[in-house]
Design a protein around this ligand. Sequence first.
Ligand SMILES: Nc1ncnc2c1ncn2[C@@H]1O[C@H](COP(=O)(O)OP(=O)(O)O)[C@@H](O)[C@H]1O
Ligand SMILES: N[C@@H](CCOP(=O)(O)O)C(=O)O
Length: 287
Amino acid sequence: MKIKVPASSANLGPGFDSIGLAVSLYLTVTVKGAAKEWQIDHQLGDLPHDKHNMIVQTALQVAPQLSHQHLEVSSDIPVTHGLGSSSSAIVAGIELANQLANLKLTKAAMVEIASQIEGHSDNVAPAILGGLVVGTNIDQHFDAVEAPLPPYDFVAYIPAYSLATKKARAVLPRQLDYHSAIHASAVANTLVAALFKQDYSLVSELMEADNFHEQYRAQLVPELMPIRQVGHVYGATTYLSGAGPTVMTMITPDKTVAFIEALRKKGLSDRIEVLHPDRNGVVVDDQ
Ligand SMILES: Nc1ncnc2c1ncn2[C@@H]1O[C@H](COP(=O)(O)OP(=O)(O)O)[C@@H](O)[C@H]1O
Ligand SMILES: N[C@@H](CCOP(=O)(O)O)C(=O)O
């Protein structure tokens, strides 16, 4: 059995902790069979190779009675880079438990479980459902609504350095003054309305008008503003993907190559991936 989970690009600017997009990088878990102890084969740096791996920890949280398995894990989602690697591991763990323990969890139930574990739904909901998802928690349960897919390329500029989400959340203010919070919320609400209306001219303006997090995180990701400025030359919109450091640019496909060339000319020489929305979310292949 193989479990495949897409990466996710969260926030889209003002949609902090509530909007996320599944994108075309993937984590794949192959179940090799029963084992004496949990064994996780991977080439993913210093991540655990045993029961302490987040995938296993999540699976055991959902189904504590699971027998030990030998897993093979591969992923092209960079870890601690703002593309939802932790969420992909959580979703893979939930699906692993779902399949091995025959829990028959619906995707809605998986969103609830994953959001409770992650604390916010903007990565796990698109990783489970696919597409562009808006959601939050109300009275301790999570609701997620799927929005139309923007017809654009998503150019991910992935700096060589990593930035743990925990560190990027630590630089955020503990509170906003009432009027700033009202304005930030109004911008986010209007972004959601524009996304559902598919008014992408308005979407582009609002995605760069965040007041919740980017201004505080810009100090940690110096590439954000220069890439945004280059993007404007090509009519594109740039935001901090998740907690960063990945910088994501939403651009019409006919401008993608020229935009990337302009980034290179500006001396931005780190990894670049041209991504597209993933429509499926987590999938299981029983072969
Ligand atoms: N493929 C994976 N397998 C197991 N654990 C993972 C995997 N990817 C990420 N993680 C866990 O998630 C942590 C990174 O989470 P986080 O800082 O939120 O980064 P990101 O922005 O990529 O989600 C890693 O330190 C590791 O504990
Ligand atoms: N809303 C969260 C999103 C974190 O996404 P990740 O891909 O960096 O894990 C935040 O901005 O902290």
